[in-house]
Design a protein around this ligand. Structure first.
Ligand SMILES: Cc1cc2nc3c(=O)[nH]c(=O)nc-3n(C[C@H](O)[C@H](O)[C@H](O)COP(=O)(O)OP(=O)(O)OC[C@H]3O[C@@H](n4cnc5c(N)ncnc54)[C@H](O)[C@@H]3O)c2cc1C
Length: 545
């Protein structure tokens, strides 16, 4: 990515075909698709990239077995089509950035034969709908085999398990890889730039967005021929800025996750807990060296804070513990996160857990604002394709086919499962660091490590037991627009998700490097480190730790 100064200069000077509002999965997908189809595109994000819902997912690339169950039990063709399309997108997501995504075997424990047959048939159907995009066949594992693979499963009532395939990914880094690919294709991208209003022409159509540069406090304007609203849970706010008083479309549902040490449950596979107290499913999934458990589902408003609360952590553990012989406890929690699902409301009476995870592209005829509402991470690319098709129609341009279905993301070129070994050989780093860097950056890991040629001290870990190195901090600031300690520790390196405690320990070293990169004064550096530490302490307190 270019520097902020260079992007700001370009934005002021230029006029764009398309301005995308929101730097989560939906916005990043739309921006990349548009730029690749030849539209001069700019994307603005109010906070950091992926700072909202797109960093709070369960990290599954899936059609959704629960949605399939709903499709069948309610004979809902709409729900079936959503599952089918998502299964197609699952394969594309895996293929376009293999270093950030992998297939995963999930296991469903069954405590009665009836349950076992039910899931056996359901998963076969899931395989069948996947068609040529099937990752691998679902199968029945006997009680003995199940306990061998997952010794912690409650053994007294277990009759067997059903294993099936879905995808898993690093949501934040996938989001950043999309934006890097967009920037490399010639797009302009800026974080900490909030849309606060619009200017319209005599026909009432949007021609300019008013932006607040959150870091400098200054204001600027972006001129564009079309505007996409990809603000996720905040999309109704942008719709209201374009057409005051417009009917709200979104229902918001909060989902919390907790992370525990991977050996807490000694599993190599992911577990799907098929029944919770509120009639949903939860997952316990190995993810980047931790056990990720989630999620809750609760109606919320934009005013609710997206933090994991003690009762949510307890709820998740209670649901999971019903399936385990040795219960997990709250003191094992090392981190957590929460986010808001932006669901398109179809009626006031449906519960959020029953709303279809489909998307909608809405064109506001009075202002021309194109809003991309709802959806899920797995379908971000399909949502973008629909949105950019709509933009081309709106601009009365000849249709240009979408090419993102087969467009490798930045870092995927030349990447192989053993790429990490090249990094060990060429840069003399540990196997753990090499694996971590190739998982986060793909082949762009070499760009990170090239920084250590002039300054070998940047090979030092950012925290004692972490595979992340200081070079990632410099790279994050120079190439990925990171401007705060949290940008680095949560969304660039992922250490905050791995361990709240370790992130706190790493904050002074990260703050020191950021201070020299960004020209912070000693006072600013001290405040930034203190503020970050206080934030993490509060997250831990709220989660009951
Ligand atoms: C708990 C949970 C679990 C989930 N699990 C999965 C899963 O396993 N698999 C899956 O496929 N999907 C999952 N999802 C759904 C998926 O995460 C979301 O559908 C997706 O991330 C939404 O992306 P988005 O870009 O639309 O929204 P966001 O990521 O929220 O992005 C919108 C962005 O717009 C920005 N913005 C807001 N206002 C402005 C403004 N005025 N100016 C500029 N920018 C602005 C925000 O800062 C934000 O970054 C899950 C969601 C949740 C909450």
């Amino acid at each position: 990515m270019k520097s902020r100064a260079a992007v700001l200069n370009e934005i002021e000077r230029d006029s764009f075909d398309l301005c995308v509002i929101g730097g989560g999965a939906t916005g990043a997908g739309c921006a990349l698709d548009a730029q690749l189809r030849g539209l001069r595109t700019v994307l603005v994000e109010a906070g950091d990239f992926a700072c909202a819902t797109s960093s709070s997912s369960t990290k599954l690339i899936h059609g959704g077995v629960r949605y399939l169950e709903q499709a069948i039990s309610k004979r809902d063709l709409g729900q079936y089509k959503v599952v089918k399309r998502a299964l197609r997108e699952r394969k594309i997501m895996l293929d376009n950035a293999p270093f950030l995504a992998n297939s995963l075997e999930l296991v469903v424990p069954c405590f009665s034969w009836l349950e076992l047959y039910y899931f056996r048939i359901g998963m076969k159907l899931y395989d069948w709908i996947s068609g040529r995009d099937l990752l691998f066949q679902s199968r029945h594992l006997s009680r003995e085999e199940s306990l061998h693979r997952m010794p912690m499963l409650k053994s007294d009532r277990l009759v067997g398990t059903i294993a099936y395939a879905d995808g898993q990914f690093d949501d934040v880094r996938y989001n950043i890889a999309l934006l890097q690919t967009f920037a490399k294709s010639g797009g302009e991208v800026l974080n900490y730039a909030r849309v606060i209003g619009f200017k319209k022409n005599d026909d009432g159509q949007l021609v300019q967005a008013r932006i607040h540069n959150v870091l400098s406090g200054q204001y600027l304007n972006i001129r564009a021929r079309a505007f996409i609203n990809a603000a996720g849970p905040f999309a109704d706010g942008i719709r209201d800025l374009a057409t005051p008083g417009v009917r709200q479309r979104l229902r918001l549902s909060k989902g919390s996750h907790i992370l525990l040490p991977i050996d807490a449950m000694s599993i190599g596979d992911a577990l799907l807990v098929p029944k919770t107290d509120d009639g949903r499913v939860i997952f316990a999934i190995p993810w980047l060296g931790r056990l990720l458990v989630g999620t809750t589902d609760e109606d919320v408003t934009l005013q609710d804070e997206m933090v994991v609360k003690e009762e949510e952590a307890e709820y998740l553990l209670k649901q999971l513990n019903r399936y385990l012989d040795r219960p997990l406890n709250k003191n094992q929690i090392v981190s957590g996160f929460a986010g808001m699902r932006p669901l398109v409301a179809s009626s006031n009476f449906r519960k959020t857990k029953e709303l279809i995870r489909d998307h909608e592209v809405e064109v506001d005829s009075s202002s021309g604002l194109i809003s991309v509402l709802g959806g899920k991470w797995t379908t971000y690319r399909a949502m973008a394709e629909d949105a950019i098709d709509t933009v081309m129609q709106f601009l009365a341009m000849p249709a240009v086919p979408c090419i993102t279905g087969n467009h490798r993301l930045s870092g995927a070129e030349g990447c192989s499962p053993n790429f990490w070994a090249e990094l060990v050989r060429d840069y003399g780093i540990s196997k753990e660091t090499a694996k971590h860097l190739s998982q986060k950056f793909g082949t762009a890991a070499k760009e990170v490590l090239d920084l250590t040629k002039d300054n070998p001290q940047l090979k030092a870990p950012i925290a004692e037991v972490s595979p992340s190195v200081l070079a990632e901090v410099v790279y994050g600031v120079r190439e990925e627009m990171a401007t705060s300690i949290e940008d680095i520790l949560a969304r660039r390196t992922g250490l905050q998700y791995f361990s709240w405690e370790q992130a706190k320990v790493a904050a002074p070293a990260v703050g020191g490097i950021m201070a020299s990169e960004l020209g912070w004064s000693p006072g600013q550096q001290k405040d930034a480190i203190e503020e970050y530490g206080n934030k993490i302490n509060r997250l831990m307190r709220l989660a009951g730790l």
